[in-house]
Structures are given as C-alpha cells and as structure tokens.
Design a protein around this ligand. Structure first.
Ligand SMILES: [Zn+2]
Length: 319
C-alpha cells in the first residue's frame, strides 16, 4: 500500500492557491490558463448507454449519472481522473463513457467512501491501470465485516482487489490536468472515511455521499457516520463555495451553493426535532408515530421519513 507520502511525492503536496502557483500570477493569466483548459476538449458528449449518461459541467470536468453514485470525471493532458466508480456491473459502461470523451487512460480513481455503489468498479479500474486513492478509513472499512443495525443486515468485507492502494488522512492535494485537486476528509459524516474533492481552479466540489441533492441522506451510523458530522461536512463545503461553484452530489442532480445550504438546513432541523423529542423523554416508537418530518415528505426515497428519524435517533443516542 502506498501512503500519503508517495501520493505527495507524485504530485507535490501543496497548500497554496491556484493563483499562487500559476506561471502568470495576474488575474488575466489565471483566467487565460482556465480558458486553455476549457479549449482542450471539443468532442461531443458520448451517447447514453447502460443507464449511464454523461454531462459536461465545464473546465474539462464531466459527471456520469445513472445507477449508483455520481461519477466525477477530469479529462486533460495528464489523462483521466475519476471520482468514484459506481457498481461492479457499471465498469464497462463507465469506461465506454470515458472513451467517448478521450482516448487517454484512467490514471486515478478517488473513492469518496467505501460503499459499493461508489467503489464497485475499483478492481476493473485497477486492472485497466488506474491507481485507487481514498481516505485510510475507506481501505480499513473495506476489510471489515460488521453489523448494519439500521437495515438489520451484515456489511461484509470485500475482496482486497477493491481496496484503495494509496491512502491519505486529513487533507492532501494532487496537481492534475492543470488544476489543484484537494481531498478533504470530513470526519464521522456519511461514514468515518468520507472525502470532499475540491477542484480549486474549476471551482467545483464533488461531495460524495455527504450530500444527497433533493433526497433524505443515508447516514451509515454503523460505519461511524453522524448527523452532526454530515452538517459539518456541508459547512466545510459551504465555506469553499461561492454562488458560481458547481457542486456534484453523491446522488441527485447537479447543485448550487443554495441547494447545499438547503440540504444543510434540513439536516439541522431534523437533528433539532429528534433531539428535542428525545430530551422530552419520548421513545423512538413515540417519535416515529408523531410524523415529525411530514413537511419534508418530498425528500423521501430509499431513506423515507421513518428511516431518517431512526438514523437521527441512533446518531444522537449512540445506540
Ligand atoms: Zn454512500
């Protein structure tokens, strides 16, 4: 396994801003560099296939929507970098969508967390030559078998061929395709190993499953996730974002800073409502019977109001 040091050696660990390191440091110089990046790709988008559809979001960045988590794609002179890679069954489809954008190889897959709808194609991507990168806890989780009490099932360790081979902790920066790609760990959020991925120059953030746009979020309490950590992850991204920032959620359509703020406010409200009932001495059953999230019914999907309350209850109680 490679560690942060090797990742840093490959790319240069950088804490400075894009403007600090651009060869022409004037505002015009930075703008020209960004324009060069945009000009580099002029192919039409690949045709949708296998339930997968690619959307251009500017600055040589793309998102592959469809089953599983949203895949971020960076295309340029350095090759292809993917953020997450859906299910195992999607591997060929993802590679076909990428092939429609460029002939360059996939060099990196950044895993935002361990879930199988974000890491399922890891083995195939590694076999195709990609290096798998994730937070240290992503690798650790993929090697663990533990109970998921929210859904009453066992989360099983997966084959080692799926595990990230390069890990980091805290934050790290890669320089890739003319941008600075910051990986920021968000502790105990959707899981215990989530990363936000910030393309500094492109003003784009991939949130992983720290953000479900327009949906109640799943929080994997049994893998170290908490509502408070999810709120903190939203806050971290909100600090990095402005009104032009393109935000890629783990699930759901592309989002703006305002969408992210709305999701954050909903989470805060859910947390406060459940906590107030718990402090008043209500049992989980009593809280569930009270329909306290009725006004958020439109956010229900595979996480419905009942699951959302149970998750918040378990997060707050630690049970
Ligand atoms: Zn997830």
């Amino acid at each position: 396994m490679k560690n942060l040091l090797l990742l840093s050696a490959a790319f240069g660990l950088m804490a400075c801003s894009a403007a600090d390191t651009a060869s022409d440091k004037t505002a015009e110089g930075v703008k020209a560099a960004a324009t060069d990046m945009i000009k580099a790709i002029d192919r039409p988008l690949p045709a949708p296939a296998d339930d997968l559809r690619t959307e251009s979001i500017g600055n040589n960045l793309y998102v592959i929507f469809g089953s599983g988590g949203n895949v971020g794609v960076s295309v340029g002179d350095d090759g292809v970098l993917l953020i997450d890679d859906k299910f195992e069954k999607n591997a060929e489809g993802i590679l076909a969508q990428v092939k429609g954008l460029t002939d360059a190889p996939v060099r990196y897959v950044l895993n935002t967390h361990y879930h199988g709808d974000h890491t399922g194609s890891n083995a195939q991507m590694a076999a195709a030559g990609a290096e798998l990168v994730g937070h240290v806890n992503v690798r650790a989780r993929m090697g663990m078998t533990f109970e998921n009490k929210t859904f009453g099932r066992t989360t099983k360790a997966v084959d080692e061929s799926l595990w990230p081979t390069t890990t980091y902790d805290g934050t790290t920066t890669m320089e890739f395709n003319g941008d600075f790609v910051n990986l920021l760990h968000t502790p105990n959020a959707h899981t215990d190993g989530d990363s936000l991925v910030h393309f500094v120059r492109a003003n784009t953030i991939h949130m992983g499953d720290n953000f479900f746009n327009g949906l109640f979020p799943y929080i994997d309490v049994d893998a170290g996730g908490t509502v408070a950590g999810m709120i903190a992850a939203h806050d971290k991204a909100l600090m990095l974002a402005n009104n032009e920032t393109r935000i890629i959620p783990g699930h759901g359509p592309m989002a703006s800073k305002a969408d992210l703020q709305a999701a954050r406010d909903m989470l805060q409200t859910i947390h406060e409502r459940v906590k107030a009932r718990m402090e008043a001495g209500d049992s989980l059953e009593t809280i569930l019977a009270s329909n306290i999230l009725q006004d958020y019914a439109k956010y229900a999907s595979f996480i419905d109001e009942t699951n959302m309350v149970r998750i918040a209850y378990r997060s707050i109680s630690g049970e």
